[in-house]
Design a binder for this molecule. Structure first.
Ligand code: LLP
Length: 393
């Protein structure tokens, strides 16, 4: 059912809602996993992109791990059945209870982002008579050439340990006996469509590795984070990101040491294209100069256009009439509540179904209840296609 929407089924469902194409999700996971397997790379799906329990359980069935950034995400991953030894835990501000949760579950690795954090993990691990495996998240000061809000590896960003402090961090680690250094972690940003920054990252990590070798430090694991972008302009013709091209960069440009394990944390590239926000048109009205299509979905369901000025392809699923130019907006009482300005849509009327595409990542998970709205529900193509399955509201 790729790219198709079961409109007759939608009639039974209250809009707005998220609709996930589970066949596309599985095809995307296969593409990522098969390519990663070729190089013996490990995938940890970034839960922050979408933590819907059914999405998590589909991903888990494929044997990949997870990247978590909060105690809530660790719990969601454990609830979905991900094995603790495939969980990595990053985040600049890990609270004590979150660290304790990771310690109790014996997760694979804490991606530690500062010296004070390392000391706290050490204290909490010691109190439990445990050894915590840690990777140092390094801020490599590399420009990912993506939106400011989703650039994470620059000097000015809050993430990671600054390179000038690496030596000092290693000195301090020698006196933190409840920690075992098992790796280095990086994440330079999200929605990278120009992959050149990943090449820069490869040579930067190789440099760091040489620097560590001089101190006699060899790490077993290198984690390059996530960041591979998706094609928001062409969800139909380009539904699966080019994982081959992506992983090949690391294979070609990063000289892994013998037995070193290489990890990645893709989020958007796994779930982005399989999700669509389905909404109905409430009103079409004439403004001073623009014609507004007012949807029953707003930034409460999908905040990306308002927050990052992100582009999402919008389609009218109900109309085949010739296109007209509209501003597509939501019902929230804020001027920033828009999805697109001056776009062409087939002539649109009240009651038409509108699909906001490529919303599987950072969509449902970032939904909020502002204006006392209900959180959106999610429906899945395989369940809707099953004639015997009644739709659960
Ligand atoms: N690893 C770490 C440490 C991260 O911080 C992130 C994303 C990822 C992996 C996954 O990156 P991805 O493969 O999805 O690019 N809400 C924003 C995106 C924020 C990304 C935050 N970190 C958006 O809607 O574009």
């Amino acid at each position: 059912m790729k790219g198709n929407f079961p409109l007759e089924k939608f009639e039974e469902i209250q809009t707005p809602f998220y609709f996930y194409n589970t066949e596309l999700l599985q095809d995307t996971i296969n593409a990522a996993k098969n390519t990663a397997d070729k190089y013996n790379y490990h995938i940890h799906y970034a839960v922050k992109a979408n933590a819907n329990p059914r999405i998590l359980s589909i991903i888990r069935r494929n044997g990949v791990g997870v990247d978590c950034v909060s105690g809530g995400e660790i719990q969601a991953a454990l609830d979905a059945g991900f094995p603790a030894d495939k969980i990595v835990f990053a985040g600049v501000g890990k609270a004590d209870w979150e660290i304790n949760l990771g310690l109790d579950a014996s997760i694979f690795c804490f991606n530690a982002e500062s010296i004070p954090e390392l000391k706290i993990i050490n204290d909490l691990a010691k109190a439990k008579n445990k050894t915590a495996s840690v990777a140092l998240r390094i801020n490599p000061d590399i420009d990912a050439h993506t939106h400011d809000h989703i650039t994470t590896g620059l000097k000015t960003n809050k993430f990671g340990i600054n390179l000038n402090q690496l030596d000092k961090t290693l000195d301090i680690l020698e006196n933190l006996p409840a920690l075992k250094l098992i790796g280095l972690h990086f994440h330079i940003g999200s929605q990278l469509t120009d992959l050149a920054p990943f090449r820069v990252l490869c040579s930067c990590v190789a440099d760091i590795q040489r620097q560590l070798a001089k101190r006699g430090v060899v790490v077993e694991n290198i984690n390059f984070g996530g960041g591979l972008g998706i094609n928001y302009n062409r969800p139909n013709s380009d539904p699966i990101p080019d994982f081959q091209n992506y992983f090949e960069i690391f294979h070609k440009y990063f000289p892994a040491l013998p037995h070193q394990q290489i990890h990645f944390e893709p989020g958007r590239s796994i779930v982005g294209q399989c999700g669509t926000l389905i909404s109905k048109v409430l009103y079409v009205k004439e403004g001073y100069s623009d014609k507004f299509v007012i949807l029953d979905a707003g930034f409460t369901e999908l905040i990306r256009p308002a927050f990052y000025k992100a582009y999402h392809k919008i389609e009218n699923l109900s109309s085949k009439e010739s296109p007209e130019t509209y501003d597509v907006v939501g019902p929230i009482c804020e001027s920033s509540d828009y999805f697109a300005t001056q776009i062409n849509l087939n002539k649109t009327r009240r009651g038409d179904y509108i699909a906001i595409r490529s919303a599987g990542a950072y969509g449902e998970i970032m939904a909020m209840q502002y204006n006392c709205r209900q959180l959106p529900k999610a429906y899945f193509s395989d369940i809707l296609a099953d004639k015997n399955e009644t739709i659960r509201h």
